[in-house]
Design a protein around this ligand. Structure first.
Ligand SMILES: Cc1cc2nc3c(=O)[nH]c(=O)nc-3n(C[C@H](O)[C@H](O)[C@H](O)COP(=O)(O)O)c2cc1C
Length: 324
């Protein structure tokens, strides 16, 4: 699965964030593979229009993965037969989501409690997909039931091409630190590639994860929000010049409008565009204005005015003196 990719640092699936526009922005910055947010297999089979919006493939998306969630092998196989025409590079099965609505249906992290079921779902996927299948897992349900090696082997035996691994338990949610030692252990147990996820907020973190775990790839989730530059080797953890940051934010807005239409894009963009200003001077007033933006014109005006503000007067002085 990883052989044809242009690199080994990927954009992780993130519900509410990894839409077409954000994936494209991350690809332009150098993400070697990007993932949709988790998509309900059942909604795909029902032909739900909103679900198909989540599966919109951008023109620049050469290497992209679709992540499905579900608990019924037949439904998932049917969903795959429908989405196959979108030609994903990989189809991932979500076995890590801890949202109660998802768990209740036996999907997401609930599958960690049932390796036999996980095996039969992955088998149905690999037999029907004709496309590489990956499985995204956590360390286990809770501290008393850590079973990632069993789960990883079940995925491998069922024909998965890779395991993507966020080494926290379902009970942990996002608390504490990701147990990278679990990634190193899983890597020793499996022949298929293991892709690590969790607490990578810089290139340095990614290098450290590769070194400490021997992972075959690294997924970045939270660290890419407002910071697609994390994928760009040339910045090597230095933030680009603020004009380029704001230029990218504006490109992000324009791309989202192109794919989602102005109304929906402008509503969904606020959380992304506010994040671009993290660490920049006088960003609080920029964020206060962005949360009220509701048209492309609003976004353009606020971003350009902020750039002008950064390029003049006291703010420029602060920046030139390294006070970021
Ligand atoms: C807002 C948000 C949404 C997420 N949605 C998904 C999802 O749809 N599917 C999934 O497998 N993981 C999802 N995750 C988990 C991430 O893919 C990733 O494994 C986790 O955030 C740890 O990586 P990080 O420390 O780089 O954020 C989500 C995480 C966040 C923060």
């Amino acid at each position: 699965m990883l052989n044809n990719l242009p690199g080994n640092i990927f954009l992780a699936p993130m519900a509410g964030f990894t839409d077409t526009a954000f994936r494209i922005i991350c690809i332009r910055s150098g993400a070697a593979l990007v993932f949709t947010e988790m998509v309900s297999a059942e909604a795909v089979t029902r032909g739900n229009r909103k679900t198909f919006d989540l599966l919109q493939r951008g023109r620049e998306e050469q290497f992209w993965g679709i992540q499905l969630f579900g608990s019924d092998a037949g439904v998932i196989a049917k969903a795959i037969s429908i989405i196959r025409s979108a030609n994903p590079s990989v189809i991932d099965l979500n076995c890590g989501c801890s949202v109660p609505k998802v768990i209740k249906t036996g999907s997401g992290a609930a599958l960690l409690k049932n390796p036999g079921k996980l095996y039969s779902i992955v088998l149905a996927m690999t037999e029907s997909a004709g496309i590489p299948v990956s499985v995204k897992i956590r360390s286990g349900w809770d501290a008393a039931s850590i079973n990632f090696t069993e789960i990883g082997k079940a995925a491998e035996e069922a024909g998965a091409s890779a395991v993507m691994f966020h080494p926290r338990t379902k009970s942990q949610g996002f608390s504490g630190r990701a147990s990278w030692n679990h990634i190193a252990l899983l890597k020793k147990c499996l022949k298929i590639p293991v892709i690590g996820s969790g607490d990578v907020f810089s290139r340095k973190d990614a290098d450290k994860m590769f070194k400490e775990t021997s992972a075959d790839g690294v997924l970045i989730a939270r660290g890419a929000i407002g910071n697609p530059f994390i994928f760009d080797k040339k910045y090597n953890d230095k933030k680009p010049d603020y004009n380029y940051i704001l230029f990218t934010a504006l490109e992000h807005v324009k791309t989202a409008v192109q794919y989602k239409g102005e109304y929906r894009a402008c509503r969904d963009l606020r959380k992304h565009i506010t994040a671009y200003s993290k660490g920049l001077p006088e960003s609080a007033s920029f964020r206060n204005r962005i949360v009220h933006a509701s048209s492309l014109e609003d976004y353009e005006k606020i971003i350009k005015e902020y750039a002008a503000q950064l390029n003049t007067g006291s703010v420029k002085f602060l920046l030139q003196n390294g006070d970021k």
